[in-house]
Design a protein around this ligand. Structure first.
Ligand SMILES: Nc1nc2c(ncn2[C@@H]2O[C@H](COP(=O)(O)OP(=O)(O)O)[C@@H](O)[C@H]2O)c(=O)[nH]1
Ligand SMILES: [Mg+2]
Length: 308
């Protein structure tokens, strides 16, 4: 690990217990805070998450916004009933052709929120604790040189206390250590819980799918430098785990995201791999069924360039 990263880890890693809620309310001053929850078919969890944030963090959080992506369940109704402002992803910036994915939802949230600071959290978290939000705000509300904070936590899976985060361990971490070693100090580089200053988030592009987190780390590192990052240990976090097959698609998006940044940074020759057709296999009565999934990545430009 680079000496610079060791120093950063010591200086910029904190624990949620370092940030008592009362201190943060005092430190908030006139800074406004928006919480953004991207959600697709999350009726089981989104209502509870919105309720907890509104009930426990009313003095810290100015708005809770759910970006609903074509849910086929009543995610939007449940979220609104719990007190969130709900936007249909495709109705934000309707002059643009809608794109798919979580990153698209996060990018569009910049257009419908007003907070100086934005906190993003997944809408499928079980046993949601308000520290997932206020922990992330600690470094941002108390140190003006911090522009972006990322959560780290254990990820319980199937009875093991830390078996989750398979795409992180098998794809993102090796890629980061190989190509962006200055980011190797992030315990959970793909965590869906992070917070940033609007002034920085509006100045970087957003990848539209699951590559959004990796893209933000790489692009914000270029924009603001390592010392503008902090990570906060929030304990433990559990979500609805995906099938290994689905994780294959997600991992492919992460690889394409890395590829796009390697090209942009001149680390590899431009060879234009915007998409791939992923072949996966399922055993069938007479052999194997082939499952073909088109994986593409698209990107939105920095929101600041959209002003007109
Ligand atoms: N608005 C919106 N949310 C999405 C989309 N895809 C995923 N999400 C949400 O983003 C969050 C993280 O997605 P998830 O599939 O759980 O990814 P994982 O946690 O990395 O396995 C969840 O709250 C999803 O509901 C999308 O296309 N649009
Ligand atoms: Mg999830």
């Amino acid at each position: 690990m680079l000496p610079e990263v060791r120093g950063w880890l010591r200086r910029r890693t904190s624990c949620v217990t370092d940030w008592p809620l009362g201190d943060l309310v005092a430190a908030k001053g006139t800074t406004t805070v928006s919480v953004v929850l991207p959600a697709r078919d999350e009726r089981e969890t989104v209502g509870e998450i919105v309720t907890v944030i509104r009930r426990e963090l009313g003095r810290l959080v100015d708005e809770v916004v759910v970006i609903d992506s074509r849910s086929t369940d009543d995610t939007a109704v449940v979220a609104a009933r719990a007190g969130a402002t709900v936007h249909a992803q495709d109705e934000i910036l309707p002059q643009l052709k809608p794109l798919d994915g979580k990153g698209e939802a996060l990018w569009k949230s910049l257009a419908v929120t007003s907070g100086d600071v934005l906190v993003f959290a997944d809408a499928d978290i079980r046993k949601f604790h308000p520290s997932l939000v206020f922990g992330l705000l600690g470094p941002l509300l108390t140190d003006p040189s911090v522009v972006y904070t990322k959560a780290c936590y254990d990820r319980p899976l199937n009875g093991s206390s830390n078996g989750g985060g398979r795409v992180t361990e098998l794809v993102a971490r090796p890629l980061i250590n190989l190509h962006w070693p200055r980011l190797a100090g992030f315990v959970q580089p793909l965590a869906g819980e992070y917070a940033g200053r609007r002034s920085a988030l509006e100045r970087v592009p957003f990848l539209t799918g699951y590559g959004v987190e990796l893209g933000l780390l790489i692009d914000l590192l270029e924009l603001a430098g390592l010392d503008a990052f902090a990570q906060v240990d929030l304990g433990s976090r559990e979500h609805a785990p995906q099938s290994t097959e689905a994780l294959g698609g997600m991992a492919s998006q992460i690889m394409l995201a890395a590829w796009s940044r390697l090209e942009r940074q001149g680390k590899i020759e431009a060879c234009h791999v915007p998409s791939l057709r992923l072949a996966q296999f399922r055993r069938a009565a007479d052999g194997h069924d082939v499952l073909l999934t088109d994986i593409g990545i698209a990107e939105r430009p920095p929101m600041i360039t959209m002003a007109a």
